[in-house]
Design a protein around this ligand. Structure first.
Ligand SMILES: Cc1ncc(COP(=O)(O)O)c(C=O)c1O
Length: 393
């Protein structure tokens, strides 16, 4: 940050997240010839490692320049034909944008609106799929982590009901703010397209669409009629098998992604999930027990371990909290988006962070709330979180 803000700037939006120095160092390299014979030494092991993060042996990984939005598009245009039917539950800005993209690409989208603060309801999915006796629904979408509201949906529960109905639809999962931070099991949960981006759990700068697709998705791809070019899978498959790309790849990002996988495996994937849960629990204690405020997530079933959306009292403005936090305390908090603008602010707690970093975010948010006229007891947030962190393992 500039000299206006000496010391570390605290970034607590739910992505981009902190970039570890090991990753910054890995990216800091001179240009490399993208066709040099040593490139496959980087890329072939990298595809394998990324697959491990998705918990997949059978899947195929694609790495595109882009972002999570590009991965959405790639999944759709590579597996679907015009006017095919999609089932999606909408309960936040990102599930909304995903539904909107399906519509703009010419699909027949069954949008089921749910309260913001809830997620994809497995029992409703079951009813809808049971009624779909002609199997018109080709894709079921689950936003594993709705970043706008801090809500995690349970992919495994949706898979169970799809199996119970014997429904052949593909299962798409938006894991942009969950993969590499919240447990995700591509093969075990029978996910067909899992979508992520570089700037969240992978701890990289934004700029890469990271996705894993199943054998079933590759089968669907053979007959998919939507037009595609840059984001097509066939060009990737033809070149990736030898470790190359159909265009000039972002080699520093690929090296950074390899370092990201190394960091994740050094800690252990399961430990990464546990750490995220522990930090998230501390943040929730601060909100619920310290500040006596409400979460946007309506029930513990929906609590997210990567982002917490905090509802401010009705007569207060969350935008003021966010601008005070930024200008006075050098802390970036996530804004409330569209429907919840001004009503919530968000603390992103994913990627490279620990309890004391999260404590700084809690303390900064608390000071900004008090400055904005919100009545919370000074020190109560950190007190509640730290009690939890001290006593839990
Ligand atoms: C759940 C979710 N899906 C999709 C996106 C879009 O990803 P990107 O901004 O990387 O294109 C985001 C971005 O924050 C997200 O949180």
């Amino acid at each position: 940050m500039s000299r206006k803000h000496p010391g570390r700037f605290h970034i607590f939006i739910p992505g981009p997240t902190n970039i570890p120095e090991r990753i910054l160092n890995a990216m800091h390299i001179s240009s490399e010839d993208q066709r040099n014979p040593e490139i496959p030494d980087l890329t072939i092991p990298l595809y394998k490692d990324v697959k491990k993060v998705f918990k997949s042996e059978k899947g195929t990984v694609f790495l595109f320049p882009g972002s999570g939005t590009g991965a959405w598009e790639s999944a759709i245009i590579n597996t679907m034909s015009p006017n095919e039917k999609v089932l999606i539950y909408r309960f936040g800005q990102f599930s909304h944008l995903w539904a909107d993209m399906f519509q703009r690409l010419g699909l027949d989208v069954q949008i089921e609106d749910r309260d913001w603060g809830t997620g994809t309801p497995p029992e409703e999915v079951e009813k809808t799929l049971k009624a779909d006796t002609n199997h018109e629904i080709k894709v079921v979408c689950v936003t594993q982590n709705e970043t706008a509201t801090g809500v995690t949906s349970h992919v495994e529960d949706v898979r169970k009901v799809m199996d119970a109905c014997n429904h052949p639809a593909l299962l798409f999962v938006d894991g942009v703010s969950s993969i590499a931070s919240i447990d995700f099991r591509m093969d075990e949960w029978g996910v067909d397209c899992a979508i992520s981006g570089s700037q969240k759990g992978f701890m990289l700068p934004s700029g890469m669409a990271i996705m894993c697709v199943s054998e079933k998705a590759l089968e669907a791809h053979k007959n998919a009629q939507l037009k595609r070019c840059y984001y097509s899978w066939e060009d990737q498959i033809a070149t990736n098998k030898d470790g190359y790309f159909p265009y000039t790849p972002q080699i520093p990002m690929l090296r950074a992604l390899q370092e990201s996988c190394n960091i994740i495996f050094d800690e252990g994937l399961e430990n990464v999930f546990k750490r995220h849960h522990r930090i998230a629990e501390g943040v929730r204690k601060a909100v619920l027990e310290g500040w006596n405020l409400k979460l946007c997530a309506q029930d513990p079933y929906w609590y997210s371990d990567t982002v917490t959306a905090i509802v401010v009292p009705e007569d207060k403005d969350a935008k003021e909290v966010i601008s005070t936090a930024f200008n006075k305390y050098h802390l970036s908090l996530g804004a409330g988006l569209t429907k919840v603008a001004g009503k919530v602010f968000r603390i992103g707690h994913l990627g490279d962070l620990n309890e004391l970093q999260a404590a700084a975010a809690i303390q900064g948010a608390e000071m900004a709330m008090i400055d904005s006229g919100i009545s919370v007891k000074p020190g109560s947030g950190v007190a509640a979180a730290s009690e939890y962190w001290r006593k839990s393992i």
